[in-house]
Design a protein around this ligand. Structure first.
Ligand SMILES: [Zn+2]
Length: 234
């Protein structure tokens, strides 16, 4: 009788290090592709952490985005468990990146700032939309914009943003923490636009899938979007 022996203490991702929780979620070199694409956490290698508790304390101290960290960790854990129970190789293509695209216009429709950013997958499209909406809110604060309107092409995300009740959906906490972090900026309206009306943001999101980390363009849009922007109905 043949038996499959699970080498419990070795990390299944790198096959080199002993698999502690910290290693599986944070330290493993095989996670570089994911963590390097998460803004706020590109410096994880320099943090010198020895356990999860210290990590959480440090992330709070440094005022990094702890919700984002928790989401990424959940994703990594979910993927690890998928790999464990899967008989086939887990399709690596599915572990790609989602792109977030954000464009800030003034009231004449002129672009003031745009941003594209990678988010680690696998997230459902609606979670990516919620992350983009949360990114808009922190972006307006970073830019010192006092009042803004938020447009998005996901109806369900926009509806939960409008609602006074906290959302109990899988992305509710992302929106709640983004809304509560608005201190110097105020969102005066949340509106739903169809994807075609949001072509620039959509193109930025596509661009983000190929560009690592965060790119921000202030008072301009990236040259690759000129055609799209000027073709956009204002
Ligand atoms: Zn490992």
């Amino acid at each position: 009788m043949k038996r499959k022996i699970l080498l419990e203490d070795k990390c299944e991702q790198c096959g080199v290090e002993v698999e502690t929780v910290l290693h599986a979620l944070w330290e493993c070199a095989m996670l570089d592709d994911i963590w390097d694409g998460v803004s706020d956490f590109e410096d994880r290698r320099q943090l010198g952490i020895s356990n999860i508790r210290d990590l959480i304390i440090l992330v709070r101290e440094k005022r990094k985005n702890i919700d984002l960290m928790a989401m990424v960790m959940w994703t990594i854990w979910h993927r690890r468990n998928q790999i464990r129970v899967s008989t086939n190789d887990f399709p690596k293509a599915q572990l790609g990146k989602a792109g977030l695209g954000v464009v800030i216009h003034d009231c004449q429709g002129k672009a003031i700032a745009s941003l594209s950013e990678q988010a680690p997958l696998p997230f459902s499209p609606v979670i990516v939309e919620a992350m983009a909406a949360a990114r808009v809110m922190s972006f307006t604060q970073e830019l010192g914009i006092s009042e803004f309107m938020l447009e998005g092409d996901s109806e369900v995300v926009i509806n939960s943003l409008r609602s006074k009740e906290p959302s109990l959906s899988s992305f509710g906490h992302i929106l709640e923490s983004a809304k509560s972090s608005l201190v110097t900026s105020k969102c005066i309206a949340f509106s739903h636009v169809r994807r075609t009306g949001n072509k620039v943001a959509h193109n930025l999101a596509r661009h983000a899938r190929h560009v690592r980390g965060l790119s921000v363009w202030v008072e301009d849009v990236p040259p690759l979007l000129y055609d799209v922007l000027f073709a956009d109905p204002v």
